[in-house]
Design a protein around this ligand. Structure first.
Ligand code: SF4
Length: 353
């Protein structure tokens, strides 16, 4: 088999309209696009040969103008709690990870949007990689399709969180193409309530995100005052908490929807009662809920996990101030798959688990 021709577009890098344009360009009727899209997303075709309803001639012509990249994990590690971390080696030699988390009746995938990240959050293992490049739509969708194949039959993949490696809004164009296929009728048909984009606070792109997609929104929050947030999340030096609040207040939300604020509790750093009080005050007027996650130390991390009693007390402080605050269990810590631990070690390298 010849290697992939990177001058040809990958079909999964194209919007639905782009696929239609390609087929019309081949002299086909527009309805053919629907068939191709169904092969790509409903059936998860892994090569042109599987698109049996298209006819051999059309498949050959399609393959002459486009390629189809398939992602298969080079390594899958399973944690004691059933969480599975997939490592994908990409065509250019870089690698990303995503994490498949089984729940009672469904699975959730934590998806990566970039190789590395430029946002340098102090508590995050991905930050240590620096920024390498954006993932293409096909590479984002490839993680989702691979996870759908891997999910157990009684726990199908229904939920996605863009909380893996990377800041999704730093790769907004590609993210939006992927979301079109993840949410669309022609695509994976996932529920807009069950697909969450999480940002560290890329304020200048939030409005564009809200206009373009009905996916749920989460903000990686982590510090309730600018001094601390500047330290933990350098993005705050550019867009501070006041700017973030103003933008979130204007974010288009359906009546029953709320923004999720993710708050990783770092032992002795952001876990005091006064921080809970500041957080509660900051949320005033904002339709939101808070997810609290105890920090998972990773090798080289400068932070420690909070005491369980401190976590409880922090949650209670929020509840007493009428804030919905849920304690989320971080999953897969024994294989470095928990929140903030993704660093895409090469397949075969020791993971320390
Ligand atoms: S927490 Fe998210 S935004 Fe911050 S460095 Fe890690 S991957 Fe990037």
């Amino acid at each position: 088999m010849p290697g992939p021709n990177h001058n040809k577009p990958d079909l999964r890098d194209l919007t639905a309209e782009g696929v239609q344009d390609l087929l019309v360009g081949l002299g086909e009727k527009p309805f053919r696009a629907r068939q191709v899209l169904q092969w790509l997303y409903k059936h998860g075709a892994r090569d042109f040969g599987q698109m049996s309803s298209l006819g051999k001639d059309l498949r050959a012509r399609l393959a002459s103008v486009a390629r189809l990249q398939d992602l298969e994990p080079a390594q899958v590690q399973t944690a004691a709690d059933g969480t599975r971390k997939m490592l994908f080696n990409l065509a250019d030699g870089s690698a990303v990870e995503s994490v498949l988390i089984p729940e009672a009746e469904h699975s959730t995938l934590c998806v990566s949007s970039q190789v590395g990240c430029r946002r340098a959050c102090a508590f995050c293992a991905t930050a240590g990689l620096g920024f390498r490049r954006n993932l293409s739509p096909a590479e984002v969708l490839g993680q989702v399709l691979a996870a759908r194949r891997l999910a157990e039959a009684d726990k199908p993949l229904t939920n996605l969180v863009f909380m893996g490696m990377g800041e999704p809004l730093d790769n907004l164009d590609n993210l939006l193409i992927a979301l079109q296929h993840i949410l669309g009728d022609h695509g994976l048909q996932m529920s807009q309530r069950k697909v969450t984009v999480s940002t560290a606070g890329r304020v200048d792109r939030l409005a564009a995100l809200g206009r373009a997609t009905p996916a749920a929104l989460a903000v990686s929050f982590n510090a309730p005052n600018d001094a601390l947030r500047d330290e933990l999340m350098p993005i705050n030096r550019k867009w501070n908490l006041a700017a973030l609040k103003k933008t979130l207040m204007a974010y288009p939300l359906k009546p029953t929807r709320r923004i999720t604020l993710e708050y990783v509790l770092l032992g002795g750093v952001n876990d005091r009662a006064e921080h809970a009080a500041q957080l509660a005050a900051w949320t005033k007027g904002l339709k939101c809920k808070v997810n609290l996650i105890a920090f998972n130390p990773h090798p080289g991390a400068a932070f420690s996990a909070p005491e369980p009693a401190t976590v409880q007390a922090f949650q209670q402080e929020l509840i007493d101030r009428h804030i919905t605050a849920l304690l989320r269990q971080s999953r897969g810590a024994d294989i470095d798959a928990a929140c903030g631990q993704l660093a895409a070690k090469e397949a075969g390298e020791e993971t320390g688990s």
